[in-house]
Design a protein around this ligand. Structure first.
Ligand SMILES: [Zn+2]
Length: 443
């Protein structure tokens, strides 16, 4: 989550998180969340007061805007205290620890034993589609990229745009068509900037897999899409945070950069882009907060690498289509986050494209498509400053610059902890959306 908007809050029954996991998010010991119960507390206009009350609990709060409700995971030792508050609530998850284990990708203590789908590797060929039936370790994501590239070697190369603060690669893949490498404007996709938003990794990879598979099978529409765009796709731009969600804290959001003046770890990379970084509101100056913006604009090595990469693309054929993939809430959000009164210059075009994309997602076969809400610029945006989409809009001059918040629309624990059985339906509908968007932008 990154690009929350106040107005959308009014439209939607529920809008998820900027979690403020103040109580436990900085612990160094693995957290299983066993026995945590997730509640939606209805606030009836008393949001601030109820939030203050809840802050006395050992808990993780999922959403910052408390206008209609607060979703919160409460630790077992404080459940009684919570009940005694006599709030109006619904139970969303009986045991968050059980949900996390059922997801199959979290193993506390640093030992990586991810329950990866067996036999997804097919030497010399594109990885098996069963890859999308489970979540995977970071190392497997790297191997997966290798295999995709090897299967499409004449029209792709691996890209390594830099390293994380703990030395992991920011690795991706570049695809091109008949015009040759770097001959067309860029489609740039970033996944997993917020560590816990695992469905974003799988989505970006599914889009990649389908593009390559379509081209290998000589699908005319897909080949045409690749011929008209150079794709630069980085499924995990925050690898340290991602690994940390698999070993220590499933609900970790930031990167893992240490601070000289604080024992709290991590910067919210999506508040660290060097553009309108110090606008008041919309990010935090406290290293312990989930939206900590960093010590200086673009001071995280990951953002420095992504900025350098985007500049390279701008100096080439330019960046035409940028999407930063997040979860959750089912929103398609345009800039700006930093200025609530300002609209993007090509607003009418961007919002029409967002509406068309949402419609294509919804039209997914057998009535399985979800409702995605395009974000509109309005005077009462929820401010989020130093974000990627504002940067790509104004600094990289992208034609569209979106943050897409993926499945689900809400629902407590399952918000970030989406069961593996939901991966395929979630990524399929997004593919449908892109298969409308990309050809329409090429016209
Ligand atoms: Zn996010």
């Amino acid at each position: 989550m990154n690009c929350e908007k106040m107005k959308l809050l009014a439209l939607l029954p529920y809008l998820a998180p900027l979690a403020s996991a103040a109580v436990i998010s900085n612990a160094n010991q693995p957290i299983t969340y066993d026995g945590y119960k997730v509640f939606r507390v209805l606030t009836h206009g008393q949001g601030e007061e109820i939030e203050r009350q809840l802050q006395s609990l050992k808990a993780v709060q999922y959403n910052l805007n408390t206008q209609t409700n607060i979703e919160i995971a409460v630790a077992p030792e404080d459940l009684k205290k919570f009940e005694q508050m006599e709030l109006d609530f619904q139970l969303l998850d009986e045991d968050l620890g059980v949900s996390i284990r059922a997801e199959g990708g979290f193993y506390p203590g640093g030992e990586m034993r991810i329950a990866s789908t067996p036999n997804w590797r097919r030497p010399g060929a594109l990885p098996d589609k069963n890859w999308f039936q489970s979540y995977h370790s970071f190392d497997d994501h790297l191997k997966w990229l290798d295999d995709v590239q090897a299967a499409f070697s004449s029209n792709s190369e691996l890209i390594n745009v830099g390293k994380s603060s703990e030395g992991r690669p920011l690795k991706g893949i570049h695809l091109w068509g008949q015009g040759g490498k770097g001959s067309k404007p860029a489609v740039l996709w970033h996944g997993t900037v917020h560590a816990r938003e695992w469905i974003s990794t799988m989505t970006v990879e599914y889009l990649t897999w389908n593009l390559v598979n379509g081209h290998l099978n000589k699908d005319k529409t897909i080949t045409d899409i690749i011929d008209k765009n150079d794709f630069y796709i980085i499924p995990v731009v925050n690898p340290d945070g991602f690994v940390y969600t698999q070993t220590t804290n499933r609900l970790w959001r930031k990167n893992r950069l240490k601070h000289p003046s604080s024992s709290c770890v991590g910067t919210d990379m999506n508040r660290n882009w060097p553009y309108q970084w110090n606008v008041t509101g919309g990010s935090s100056t406290s290293p312990c907060d989930e939206t900590f913006r960093g010590l200086e604009p673009g001071n995280t090595v990951e953002i420095q690498a992504l900025v350098a990469h985007s500049r390279e693309l701008v100096a080439g054929k330019g960046i035409k289509k940028y999407i930063d993939w997040h979860s959750f809430s089912q929103l398609i959000l345009l800039p700006y986050g930093y200025d609530c009164k300002k609209r993007v210059e090509n607003y009418e075009r961007q919002i029409a494209l967002a509406q068309g994309t949402a419609k294509a997602i919804k039209a997914t076969a057998r009535g399985l498509g979800s409702t995605f809400t395009p974000g509109e610029t309005c005077p009462d945006l929820y401010k989020a400053v130093g974000g990627s989409t504002d940067y790509m809009q104004d600094m990289s001059k992208a034609e569209i610059s979106w943050c897409i918040e993926l499945h689900p629309s809400g629902g407590g624990a399952s918000g970030f902890v989406l069961p593996p059985s939901k991966i395929m339906s979630s990524v399929t509908e997004i593919w449908n959306g892109m298969m409308w968007l990309l050809p329409n932008m090429n016209k």
